[in-house]
Design a binder for this molecule. Structure first.
Ligand code: 4NP
Length: 171
């Protein structure tokens, strides 16, 4: 997708003093904690971490309190990301607390729409893959849970691209 600078929700936040981003997937042990780690590294590298609050959560409740999946931690560590997030479930008050709620796939988006308190809140939901250069083939960040090593590498490739483009769209 090439129109990531045209996303209205993101555009309206451009240059804002404080931007709060919540990354959301199903389990909150693979994709969204990795997105959180990648985005934190990007804002750090740009000496811009004071302007951002970055967190992640899952629509499911299977792994509450757990560290990210060990496979995701290993693949992320090889690229320099230390993932220490503890799994939590997304809740309606997140729509009050965050400016952007970033879904990894359509199922996440539908679940988020179901718990968004208002229609206005629903506008905070954006799709991670809309910001990835590599998304010519991927309109979502594929769930790596039942995949092999290449599934985790693909997630990290897509997230690095998408988080970079999201960051520059918010700059
Ligand atoms: P995630 O991956 O949504 O990227 O964290 C999953 C992790 C766990 C499960 C499904 C997906 N699960 O069914 O336990």
């Amino acid at each position: 997708m090439t129109n990531f600078n045209e996303n209205q929700t993101v555009y309206s936040l451009r240059g804002k003093d404080k931007i709060k981003i919540l990354f959301v997937c199903l389990g909150n042990i693979c994709r969204s904690p990795a997105a959180e780690g990648v985005m934190k590294a990007i804002v750090d590298e740009n000496n811009d971490s004071a302007r951002f609050e970055i967190d992640s959560a899952g629509t499911g409740n299977y792994h509450i309190g757990d560290l990210p999946d060990h496979r995701m931690r290993i693949h992320a560590q090889r690229r320099g990301y230390n993932l220490t997030h503890r799994c939590r479930q997304v809740n309606p008050s997140d729509f009050e607390d965050f400016d952007l709620i970033v879904a990894m796939d359509e199922s996440n988006r539908r679940n988020l729409q179901r718990i968004a308190p208002t229609l206005e809140d629903e506008k905070k939901i954006i799709m991670m893959a809309d910001f990835a250069d590599l998304a010519t083939r991927y309109d979502h960040i594929p769930d790596p849970y039942y995949e092999g090593a290449e599934g985790f590498e693909l997630v990290l490739d897509l997230l690095e691209s998408a988080c970079n483009n999201l960051y520059y769209a918010l700059k």
